[in-house]
Design a protein around this ligand. Structure first.
Ligand code: FES
Ligand code: FES
Length: 153
């Protein structure tokens, strides 16, 4: 299969049913994307595929053939963080951190679709990404900060 990950093209030789999560982690060494449940329930494996947030544990490699993928490693750069990453630092969102790359990718996708979400919308979307440390109040605050920055407010 051929796919573009973080703006770099790759040819990878894998079984068609191999989950995209393992293509990213085991074939490309991009271990920022985490394995939580493997059954689309937790969101730890969230990446962007053709601009949409998807759960990479549920995407077979053959479905990602030709797609543009962005992972946490490619959302911003150390010199130019994405607004969500910057807000996550400002609000010190992470606790253990395990769920956080998925949270950040989900939040970036939410703000791409609506840079001014209500508290209810933030809670509805972000509660689908499980955080056992209970960082949801800081996630909500950081999403609002990032949205304001993206709107230039
Ligand atoms: S590991 Fe993919 S949703 Fe949990
Ligand atoms: S920060 Fe620990 S699970 Fe979310």
């Amino acid at each position: 299969m051929r796919l573009t990950v973080n703006r770099t093209p790759y040819d990878v030789d894998v079984e068609p049913e191999m989950p995209l999560l393992w293509v990213l982690r085991d074939e490309l060494g991009l271990t920022g994307t985490k394995y939580g449940c493997g059954i689309a329930q937790c969101g730890a494996c969230t990446v962007h595929m053709d601009g949409m947030a998807v759960r990479s544990c549920q995407i077979p490699a053959e479905a990602a053939d030709g797609a543009e993928i962005v992972t946490i490693e490619g959302l911003g750069t150390p010199e130019a963080l994405h607004a969500v990453q910057q807000a996550w630092i400002e609000h010190q969102v992470a606790q253990c951190g395990y769920c956080q790359s998925g949270q950040i990718m989900q939040a970036a996708s939410l703000l791409d679709m609506n840079p001014d979400p209500s508290d209810e919308e933030i809670d509805r979307v972000m509660s689908g990404n499980l955080c056992r440390c209970g960082t949801y109040p800081r996630i909500r605050a950081a999403v609002k900060t990032a949205g304001a920055k993206m709107r230039g407010a």
